[in-house]
Design a protein around this ligand. Structure first.
Ligand code: 9MJ
Length: 671
């Protein structure tokens, strides 16, 4: 490569420095110092220099933002620390309950300081900076794995390619990529002129732009970014005590942080902040769909921890949902995975908060009766965030004479089986079970879904098609499919068939929790599946567990325990599970110690009796995180026994073997 004369090297350095500075002044400080034309002129000069002397290109050069060769797919990447979502509160009572839970958990009555932030309606992104350079950007994905979108993210001028000041060696910044309203309107205006499909709202436009395989297209979209959190940080030379301090530091490192953040005292302060933002909302240059409250002190955040996929120390307080009025043209009953019949209103299409809505749920027959909804009625339709739109009520004064009452069918609209409704239940169900093609289809869709077995490319339409032509009946049949069978399907070439077979093959390697979730046991969602997978070392143990044993697991009550028990007692389900395992569905056996080394490495600890301050599972997790192995029974290899209240035979045995025994107080000290 041709080396450049010193004067040129120097000029390129200067240009990079100026351009990066102008960007920072414009996007982070919100104080532009030069006109756009000057920026463009300098950028052009740098591009020309780099074209002539490619050695001059550096990863943080502003020219690196313009886009690269189109990608075929986004590589998937594992987040260093899972990216959490936020719990939602839809009214003041839920916010007050959140604050109360925090006080209860912290056992305090003094008011908590909260950091309040606007809630952006965009796409959550993780940015990794190493030695100050942006090296990786990824979407949140399912929280554990996301899609790598570095090249696209580099086109967003608000995101620094290089950090400023005294940055740590490794920094993961988290925030939201969003599309300001002006950018959104401009985009749709062009789309309209060119007869292309319009984006429904700025959120979809932002997500669609970031997930573009061609980064030249992303570069043309007017995207912006605000940072609101950090993931892993290494090599930090000072300590931060609060979330707000960290946000200020992010700002100093050159990241945009919204100026509307505020630290307030107590929940009263939060509610005042909410009112202020609700009043400001309309005049902001971007959409916000609520505000976020975060416990400000990191020490308290740590004590509060997480539940499922959200932190206990934060909540999103959503603005009220958007509503519109339209007419119900018809009502259909949809059959779900568990046979539940859901009435769905077919509406005259209407825009609700920027999204065209033509279907809305009526929930169940009791709701229809309670709200006195009839076909032909004018109704209020509401949508909030990503949830399915619902019919809230009717406009009574517009009731037409010929409005028709809605009858719940007595037979399943899909398979003709009897519809039954259990005593006291609001939900009517098709009694066809797996005889009913609708239930089978839904079970297979659920099995294949992203959070379950994650069979990429096996969408709803394809499942319907496969069941309709009789290629599959149950989930295990998926693993019998061949390329030849698939290729004859409509709109399925050999290439796509091969791809799907490959994806099905790949899905065989899964996790215990995903597998349990995929089975579609009633009321076993991801959290319960995870709790079951944590509790039981092996599937056989779970299948043999009694409802009583199941109820000892956190969050599993008598109803869920009964559903799990019935599921595993049903011969048909056992057969399908066996068949899945025979086809090679597998997961890594639970390692007793997930941590390779820690202060308790080498220790084999047994927990017995009742612990007061934490559950058995929490204690186990904590010990494992410190490197210990946690065993179920006392043996000669046991190094320590933790005895809670009413400890029994394990304690006796420990004494027999002369093994050290500690009580709960000492155990907490040990942790
Ligand atoms: C948004 N969307 O504006 C968080 N968010 O914090 C803000 N999201 C968040 N914070 C932790 N302001 C997880 C998500």
């Amino acid at each position: 490569m041709t080396s450049a004369p010193d004067s040129i090297i120097h000029r390129a350095e200067l240009l990079r420095h100026w351009l990066n500075d102008y960007n920072y002044q414009y996007y982070v400080l919100d104080q532009p110092t030069v006109p756009d034309s000057e920026y463009d002129r300098l950028l052009r000069e740098l591009i020309d220099l780099e074209m002539k002397y490619p050695v001059l290109k550096t990863p943080d050069s502003p020219t690196q933002r313009v886009g690269a060769e189109p990608l075929k797919v986004f590589p998937s990447v594992l987040h260093e620390i899972p990216m959490l979502s936020l719990d939602n509160a839809f009214n003041e009572a839920e916010v007050i309950a959140f604050d109360r839970r925090i006080h209860d958990k912290l056992k305090t009555t003094t008011s908590i300081d909260y950091c309040c932030e606007p809630k952006f309606d965009g796409l959550a992104i993780s940015l990794i900076y190493q030695q100050g350079l942006l090296v990786r950007a990824a979407t949140r994905g399912d929280g554990a794995t996301g899609e790598e979108v570095t090249q696209n993210i580099k086109t967003i001028k608000a995101i620094p390619l290089k950090l400023r000041g005294d940055f740590p060696a490794h920094l993961e910044v988290r925030g939201e990529v969003y599309m300001p309203r002006a950018g959104f309107e401009a985009l749709n205006k062009v789309a309209l002129q060119q007869g292309e499909k319009l984006f429904a709202n700025p959120r979809n436009a932002a997500a669609g732009s970031v997930r573009q395989l061609n980064s030249h297209i992303t570069a043309k979209r007017r995207l912006a970014f605000y940072a609101y959190d950090c993931g892993k940080i290494q090599g930090l030379n000072r300590h931060y005590e609060t979330h707000h301090q960290l946000l200020m530091q992010l700002h100093h490192w050159g990241l945009p942080v919204v100026h509307l953040i505020a630290v307030v005292q107590g929940i009263e302060g939060c509610l005042q902040y909410y009112q202020k933002m609700a009043a400001l909302r309309e005049n902001l240059p971007y959409d916000i769909d609520g505000v976020v409250y975060k416990v400000n002190a990191f020490q308290l955040q740590q004590q509060l921890g997480f539940v499922s996929r959200a932190p206990r120390w934060a909540i999103a307080h959503k603005f009220p949902a958007e509503e519109a009025i339209t007419t119900i043209e018809a009502v259909d009953f949809q059959v779900g995975r568990t046979g539940a019949l859901t009435p769905v209103a077919r509406l005259k299409p209407v825009l609700v908060g920027g999204v065209m809505v033509s279907n809305a749920t009526l929930h169940n027959q009791d709701e229809i009766v309670r709200k006195d909804i009839r076909i032909g009625d004018q109704v209020i339709v509401r949508r909030a965030g990503d949830v399915i739109p619902e019919v809230v009520g009717i406009v009574k004064q517009h009731r037409r004479q010929d409005a028709k009452t809605i009858e719940e069918p007595s037979r399943c609209p899909v398979c003709g089986s009897h519809v039954v409704r259990a005593e006291g239940e609001a939900i009517a169900r098709c009694s066809g079970g797996l005889y009913c093609p609708a239930q089978r289809k839904e079970a297979i869709k659920h099995f294949a879904s992203r959070r379950a077995m994650d069979i990429q490319g096996l969408g709803d339409k394809l499942v319907n098609q496969l069941v309709d032509v009789g290629l599959i009946e149950h989930v295990d049949d998926l693993y019998r499919l061949t390329v030849d069978q698939l290729s004859v399907l409509e709109r399925m070439g050999e290439k796509s068939a091969e791809k799907l077979i490959h994806a099905i093959e790949q899905s065989k390697q899964t996790t215990f929790a995903r597998f349990l979730y995929a089975l579609g046991i009633r009321e076993v969602g991801e959290t319960t599946a995870q709790a079951l997978a944590t509790h039981f070392a092996m599937l056989e143990d779970l299948m043999a567990a009694s409802p009583e044993t199941l109820q000892t697991i956190p969050d599993i009550g008598p109803v869920v325990a009964q559903h799990i028990d019935s599921f595993f007692h049903e011969p048909h389900n056992r057969k399908i599970i066996q068949s899945l395992l025979r086809y090679g569905v597998h997961w890594k056996a639970k390692s007793i110690s997930p941590v390779e080394s820690g202060p308790l490495t080498g220790q084999i600890i047994v927990l017995t009796g009742t612990l007061i301050s934490l559950t058995r599972d929490e204690a186990k997790e904590k010990l494992q995180a410190l490197g210990a192995k946690v065993a179920e029974s006392v043996s000669k290899n046991t190094t320590l026994v933790v005895a809670g209240e009413n400890a029994g035979s394990k304690l006796t045995k420990a004494k027999q073997f002369n093994i050290q025994v500690i009580d709960e107080e000492d155990f907490l000290k040990l942790l």
